[in-house]
Design a protein around this ligand. Structure first.
Ligand code: GUN
Ligand code: ZN
Length: 474
């Protein structure tokens, strides 16, 4: 990368081992513009080992170089750590964080047993504020700098969630959950009323917080929405230029129920399409069980599939064919889908995604998806999914300095017994020729290990727009 902007006198410089996904051949519609395989494009991660990142006083990247800038006054040295772009979690649920890990049920009974009672509690504003504060702090502690989250159906609780997101400094898209059928009676808000509440929240919060906040139109899923509510939601999204998020084809019983509820629709995907909900700003979580015609329709509309592998395993939903989707040119990003997913950690989600792809390789001979591609999906592709790739997603000049400092040493099997830093470990371990690090491991091997063995304390620091928003040391 080259220096394109003048270095401001008070630019800050950060030293570390930087990993920056490059993939720039992705066309607007989702296909590969250059004809290069999507999997190859995604695997293209530039390594700066070591690298020096210069950040201007406005929090934008001035340069990422392989040498220390001559005029650098003060260098923040991240030492042994890997530095990656901030993670983009494109699908999760704020009110479900409190029961993460509980339940051993498939989707529909799991919603009844665990999800609805926890979401109901958000009618209490004090609880809603405390939970939102914990949630955003937990996201930052996991290195997530941008998150797309479902709220609940309570207008006040969603308002509070936005206030807490703004205070935390995170980039967040948050939705008022729209539901008017097949949910407990107190959840089924009259569609006109809930659309008016959504409109008020959008007016107040979309692009607020210096542009870091987005209001997201959020029909829960086709099971719990009437056609009229979904059409109203699509109209609101179009009128205000809002993002849309919902669930699609997650579980076979859910799909059968949608077929019963919408007998005239050609498919589950067609239910959303006939309401006008599918477009370039639409994020569809799961998409585990889609027919070829549904995949083609999603591509035609330019929608994004938010792949939630941890949740797909935990709720026994199935194995989404990620490599097939990518090779077909589908836009794909990643989501933790807590509490269907078992952690807010995008490192853990990357592991779940890689493991699911390996299983599909064993079962169906599909291409595995390796560490560099997983990092691209969790950063640059996530940024693309939410329309922010000109601003975040890698260390390109001019983008916001959103990054995460990862202590991959904690994932080393011999740490701390054999050494407390990379050099000590290196002295103890045989060095392999031609590799640069003291332990003989390349930066991409280290990335692969930190994804395969994510440590709960892996994230040392999280930065957004050049400001530290989380430090493990406090
Ligand atoms: N489908 C409808 N609601 C939900 C939810 O809360 N979690 C998941 N995983 N799927 C859903
Ligand atoms: Zn979900």
């Amino acid at each position: 990368m080259t220096l394109l902007r003048d270095r401001a006198p008070d630019a800050r410089v950060f030293k570390g081992t930087f990993l920056s996904p490059r993939g720039s051949t992705h066309s607007e519609a989702g296909g590969s513009a250059s004809g290069v395989s999507r999997l190859r494009t995604l695997a293209d991660v530039e390594v700066f080992d070591p690298g020096w990142l210069s950040v201007g006083p406005d929090g934008r990247i001035l340069a990422l170089a392989r040498e220390c800038p001559k005029d650098a006054r003060h260098v923040v040295d991240f030492g042994d750590a890997l530095v990656m772009p901030g993670f983009v979690d494109t699908h999760t649920h704020l009110p479900q964080y409190a029961f993460t890990g509980l339940g051993d049920l498939p989707l529909l009974p799991w919603l009844e047993t665990y999800t609805f009672p926890h979401e109901r509690a958000f009618c209490d504003p004090t609880l809603a504020r405390a939970r939102a504060r914990h949630f955003f702090q937990a996201c930052l502690a996991m290195g997530t700098t941008t998150v797309m989250a479902y709220g609940t159906h309570h207008e006040e609780a969603v308002h509070i969630a936005f206030e807490e997101a703004r205070a935390s400094g995170i980039r967040a898209g948050i939705g008022l959950v729209l539901m008017d059928s097949h949910v407990p009676a107190d959840f089924a808000t009259e569609s006109g009323k809930s659309l008016l509440a959504a409109d008020r929240l959008a007016a107040c919060w979309d692009r607020a917080g210096n542009g870091r906040l987005r209001f997201v139109v959020t029909p829960r899923f086709a099971v719990s929405c009437t056609q009229g509510l979904m059409e109203g939601a699509a109209d609101l999204a179009q009128r205000r230029g809002l993002l849309v998020q919902t669930h699609l084809a997650e579980n076979k019983d859910e799909i059968a129920l949608v077929r019963e509820l919408f007998p005239k629709a050609k498919s589950y995907t067609d239910v959303y399409d006939s309401c006008g909900l599918l477009g370039k700003n639409t994020l569809l979580a799961h998409c585990v069980h889609l027919g070829a015609d549904e995949r083609a329709l999603l591509q035609e509309r330019g929608c994004v599939v938010a792949h939630c592998a941890s949740s797909n395993t935990f709720l026994s939903s199935g194995l989404m064919p990620l490599s097939r989707f990518l090779e077909e040119g589908m836009r794909v990003s990643l989501g933790t889908d807590v509490a269907g997913g078992t952690s807010l950690s995008m490192l853990a989600e990357m592991k779940a995604v890689g493991d699911a792809a390996r299983l599909r390789k064993a079962l169906y001979g599909e291409e595995p998806v390796k560490a560099p591609s997983l990092l691209s999906l969790a950063t640059l592709e996530g940024a693309r999914a939410v329309g922010l790739d000109r601003h975040i997603g890698n260390f390109a000049v001019g983008k916001a300095a959103d990054f995460v400092v990862v202590d991959d040493l904690l994932s080393h099997p011999l740490y701390p017994r054999l050494g407390r830093n990379r050099q000590e470990l290196g002295q103890q371990l045989e060095q392999r020729q031609g590799q640069t690090l003291a332990t003989g491991e390349s930066a991409l091997e280290r990335l692969s290990r930190v994804i395969s063995r994510p440590h709960p304390d892996a994230v040392r620091e999280t930065w957004i727009e050049g400001t530290k928003v989380f430090s493990r040391k406090g």
